[in-house]
Design a protein. Structure first.
Length: 184
């Protein structure tokens, strides 16, 4: 098996949650190739599941695709050394004012490994209770108008298949949730 050694590495641009990095890597046959990618801080997604088996989705505007998208509570792992489960709990509270008695890790997956090393940690959140009014996070920017909408899991999965839910992280999380529930 060929060893893809990094021969050279350069940070082309520093961003707020990622760096654009260029690396020259040893390729099979003796050559090398320069590859640019996003060196990303990583993220978490929490799937809120209520006692009726419904999932809590939010609708949020996303600047890169210029779309209002159906998503799940999620966020960046932008606090160095923070456990992904702690980040998931924080994002659940910040985005939808919910606390979870239980978190089950559903997995961790790279979003776009051809251009980024972003690793997303997926959690199922159950035993949900409202965050007390005094402890609620003040939402700004794209998060200002977040609204939580409860969906039947089958309806949400059908919305993935029909193209209504186009966020890939959300689509994978919903499918992981279904698989987890089928195995439980």
């Amino acid at each position: 098996m060929h060893e893809y050694r990094v021969l050279d590495s350069e940070i082309v641009h520093r961003g707020w949650c990622y760096d654009l990095t260029a690396e020259t890597v040893a390729m099979p046959g003796g050559g090398s190739a320069r590859r640019e990618f996003l060196d990303h801080c990583g993220a978490v997604v929490a799937v809120p599941l209520d006692e009726s088996g419904r999932v809590g989705l939010i609708r949020q505007f996303r600047v890169p695709p210029k779309e209002l998208m159906w998503e799940l509570p999620a966020g960046l792992r932008d606090i160095e050394g923070e456990d992904p489960a702690v980040t998931a709990r924080r994002e659940l509270a910040e985005e939808v004012d919910l606390a979870a008695a239980d978190l089950v890790k559903l997995g961790e997956y790279f979003t776009t490994p051809g251009i980024s090393n972003e690793l997303v940690h997926y959690f199922l959140a159950t035993g949900l209770t409202p965050v007390p009014e005094a402890d609620r996070h003040e939402r700004t920017d794209e998060e200002t108008h977040i609204e939580l909408v409860w969906w039947d899991l089958d309806k949400a999965l059908a919305a993935v298949a029909d193209g209504e839910i186009r966020n890939g992280v959300c689509a994978l999380a919903l499918n992981l949730t279904r698989l987890h529930l089928e195995r439980s």
